[in-house]
Write a protein that binds this ligand. Structure first.
Ligand code: HEM
Length: 479
């Protein structure tokens, strides 16, 4: 175990080591790695066995999809808490067109624009759009708690109804609906049901997301043979399937977000470009993130069982009783609740892959060696390995709800879910999620609402394409 202060200080004493690993022969090497990654080993095993084989958390490998979608699947993988941080150093790495890794979806998915998340910090458009988003988020802060609490009340009522009708409730479905409503309302001021989208928003966005992200996953259907499933890694899925759905989404945002679009125009961003960016922000960044994170949070809290639930309920109810209401400052007074949220973000970071390109020849350090990455090489980080690094976190694979309480707070700088350290702040000059604090707030509110209403709950969990699936099997009302 390193002490929390041991890294990321430079370690000049580390010896320079050749980066181990091989890309194999062209064409066949990437396909072999792809089969190992998706079918023969699975992703965690893929990385684990290579770390052991090379005795290194930094090595060369191909990353999917490879042929024929990405022309260059070669990466240097960084898989420990220390080397991973090179991905956040915008002076040394470029983040252009690399959000999804070694391929980029066709621009028609985004109205023909390279939207903010695909822009590098050196591009002037990135600065303009990110500033616009940061201002919008900061100006909306009074809406966060009321909108989220309304959504959560509906969510829990829906879950209760479904449990009483069917014996269990699909958390993911109701959570998606809540997330979409919340985000759409934040951006436009209107509920999606009041627009021509009606209740179709989440389904439209899910299809739009699946078409873009298909090369990074599998169908998950056991009865489909690997070579058939592998077709989705070989050819891009076409945009036309969702063209009219995207147009409806765009129009709904365009017609309802007038004042925000006026602001964008005042700051020099063309109205259409701003609107496609808002659609991406709402549908990909926000909805896509929440879609993965909320079920994951509930999954991990469910594993804590009655003991954790009692501790959370006690903390939450006593603070709310003393403070009289749920406010930003009330939420700050709940150390266990805060820590449990950070722990969920640590143990299962909702966006697990990060990529960047070296702007110049750079030296990076793992815990035990230094490595030279050449200008233009792609660097890839699989975040769960960085935030479950046994040299930084004790019992890294265990969900320890109070890990970040008291002295444990010092470990927050090793929590990277927002594409930077939890102790850093998003700005127009970096690539950190501009909604970092909002996301943490939403998770805290979810736990507060849950344990104000219920003493405990049970869930069955599984896996779907983008993360955890959660079926709530019981909710025990607060006594
Ligand atoms: C659970 C929810 C969320 C998660 C897990 C999440 C995660 C992330 C991550 C990891 C990135 C960096 C991606 C990369 O470059 O590799 C990012 C970027 C971004 N996120 Fe979030 N996010 C969430 C919610 C939101 C929300 C609610 C908004 C807006 C209201 C938002 C807006 C953005 C934008 C605009 C970027 C691009 C930043 C840039 O290019 O500099 N995100 N987010």
């Amino acid at each position: 175990m390193v002490s929390p202060s041991d890294h990321p200080e430079p370690s000049p004493e580390l010896t320079l080591r050749e980066i181990p690993g091989t890309y194999g022969v062209p064409f066949f090497g990437p396909i072999k790695d792809r089969y190992d990654y998706f079918y023969n080993q699975g992703k965690d095993e893929f990385f684990k066995t290579r770390i052991q084989k090379y005795n290194s958390t930094v090595f060369r490998t191909n990353m999917p999809p490879g042929p024929f979608i990405s022309s260059n699947p070669r990466v240097v993988a960084v898989l420990d808490s220390k080397s991973f941080t090179i991905l956040f150093d915008n002076s040394k790495v470029e983040k252009k067109n690399i959000l999804d890794g070694t391929y980029m979806p066709k621009l028609n998915f985004f109205g023909g624009y390279r939207v903010c998340a695909f822009l590098d910090t050196d591009e002037s458009n990135h600065h303009a759009l990110k500033s616009f988003f940061l201002t919008f988020i900061s100006n909306s802060h009074k809406k966060f708690i009321p909108y989220m609490r309304t959504g959560l009340t509906e969510l829990f009522e829906n879950l209760e109804n479904e449990i009483s009708d069917n014996g269990s409730a699909d958390f993911n479905k109701h959570s998606d609906n809540m997330a979409f409503d919340f985000v759409f309302r934040l951006v436009t001021g209107t509920r999606p049901a009041e627009t021509q989208l009606k209740s179709k928003g989440p389904a439209t966005v899910n299809t739009w997301l699946a078409l873009q992200l298909a090369p990074l996953g599998t169908s998950g259907l056991k009865f489909i043979p690997s070579f058939v499933d592998d077709i989705i890694h070989t050819v891009r899925l076409p945009f036309f399937v969702i063209k009219s759905g995207y147009k409806k989404l765009y129009n709904a945002v365009y017609n309802s977000a007038s004042s925000l679009l006026d602001e964008a125009e005042k700051s020099g961003i063309a109205r259409e470009e701003a609107c496609h960016n808002l659609v991406f922000l709402a549908a990909f960044n926000a909805f896509g993130g929440m879609k993965v994170l909320f079920p994951s949070l509930i999954k991990w809290i469910s594993t804590g069982g009655v003991t954790l639930h009692r501790r959370l309920a006690e903390e939450i109810r006593s603070v709310v009783k003393t403070e009289g209401d749920v406010t930003f400052s009330t939420l700050e007074k709940m150390p266990l609740t805060k820590s449990a949220v950070y722990e969920a973000l640590r143990i299962e970071p909702p966006v697990p892959f990060q990529y960047a390109t070296a702007r110049e020849d750079i030296i990076i350090n793992s815990h035990d060696s230094a490595f030279k990455i050449k200008k233009g090489e792609t660097i890839f980080g699989y975040q769960p390995f960085a935030t479950k690094d046994p040299k930084v976190f004790e019992n890294p694979d265990e969900f320890v709800a109070d890990r970040f309480v008291g002295e444990g707070e010092k470990l927050l700088k090793y929590v990277y879910w927002s594409n930077a350290r939890e102790t850093d702040n998003p700005s127009a000059d970096n690539k950190q999620c501009p909604a970092k604090d909002l996301v943490v707030l939403c998770c805290r509110l979810m736990l507060v609402e849950l344990f104000l209403r219920y003493d405990t709950f049970t869930a069955e969990t599984g896996q779907v394409a983008l993360g955890a699936s959660v079926k709530i099997t019981s909710l025990t009302k607060a006594t």
